[in-house]
Design a protein around this ligand. Structure first.
Ligand code: R5P
Length: 328
């Protein structure tokens, strides 16, 4: 790939594409995006994309008048228009991969939705995907072209190191469920902190119902930091915070890559015993910031994405961005 590349922004979170482009000393390409009265989407590149390497940025959340599925259709239209207008290479930058949690058949007669998304992108002629902190890293196997799986661990660790460095023994990392145990251990090693695992069981018919022990040992008087890949309804972390509080934790801090905070999660965290949330802005956090105020510390993702685009465009390795930690 030459450095003849341009940033294209989908309509869900244009500020993110603007920030990425700014880091790269560019402006995003001019694109017309609109919604017809019947709900269908329309896109048109307002300048030539012939022989250009395009990085199409689309975030996935209910933002800016988009549903998640609208966002996906718009992305497909941007890919199709770019192909038909002779773009050279198309990279889609999906800071959060939609449907990533539906990565296996948990019950009979279910789809594997993550596979539907990735196979559709492949079929549309996407040459490369960039995403961050996949729910399960093996999901990238579905897409048979280059897949740059960025990890947020170095930027989350940077914020947590600042927080814990003066008194590390007063902090404890907590993994919110078995799925995050390995990840939490890696953070513990990086930050030189102790860790505990918190048991969690979900109701099979209603995944929003979570069972936790009322109390666990070893957290009394500790400042507990729970790290998760995403907060959606907040059920996982609100229940974790309750258990920690009941067990005598002194403080509860959360860190996550994808802060979806659907339903009234932001209000619930505002009113909870959680004192601080660190969230990377893979999706817009402006609504959450209004509700959470100083409780929310937003870690910008644009510099990480911009650096990766710069390396890809120059044909250079990305490994230095995450100390080779994206192979977990
Ligand atoms: C679960 O396996 C994930 O790592 C997250 O803990 C989960 O998806 C968060 O969802 P919610 O906030 O709705 O509990």
């Amino acid at each position: 790939m030459t450095d003849n590349y341009s940033i294209v922004s989908g309509g869900v979170y244009p500020e993110l594409a603007d920030n990425i482009a700014k880091e790269l000393h560019q402006n995003p390409l001019k694109v017309e995006l609109k919604r017809f009265a019947n709900g269908e989407r329309y896109v048109r590149y307002e300048e030539s994309v012939r022989q250009k390497n395009l990085f199409i940025v689309q975030s996935f959340s209910e933002n800016n008048g988009y549903s998640l599925n609208d966002a996906f259709v718009e992305l497909l239209l941007l890919i199709d228009a770019a192909r038909r207008a002779s773009a050279q290479e198309i990279t889609v930058v999906l800071p959060i991969l939609p449907y990533a949690r539906q990565d296996r058949k948990a019950r009979n007669r279910e789809p594997i939705s993550a596979s539907v998304i990735l196979r559709t992108l492949e079929m549309m002629g996407v040459n490369r995907i960039i995403t961050i902190d996949l729910h399960s890293p093996q999901t990238q196997a579905i897409f048979c072209h280059p897949f740059d799986h960025l990890v947020a661990e170095p930027i989350i660790s940077k914020s947590l190191r600042k927080l814990t460095k003066d008194d590390p023994s007063s902090y404890l990392l907590v993994s919110p469920d078995a799925g995050r145990a390995k990840e939490t251990e890696a953070y513990a090693e990086e930050l030189n902190l102790d860790y505990v695992h918190l048991p969690k069981a979900r109701n099979r018919d209603d995944s929003s119902k979570i069972k936790r022990p009322t109390q666990i040992e070893g957290v009394k008087d500790k400042k507990c930091i729970i790290i998760d890949d995403m907060i959606d309804t907040g059920g996982t972390l609100i229940t974790a915070a309750e258990t920690l509080k009941n067990s005598g934790a002194k403080d509860i801090i959360l860190a996550t890559t994808h802060g979806i905070l659907s339903n009234n999660a932001a209000e619930r965290f505002r009113d909870s015993s959680v004192s601080k949330l660190f969230i990377i802005d893979t999706i817009s956090q402006s609504h959450n910031k209004e509700i959470l105020g100083d409780k929310l510390e937003i870690i910008p993702v644009a510099p990480l994405i911009a650096k990766s685009i710069k390396c890809i465009a120059a044909g250079e390795s990305l490994a230095f961005l995450f100390n080779d930690k994206n192979n977990k």
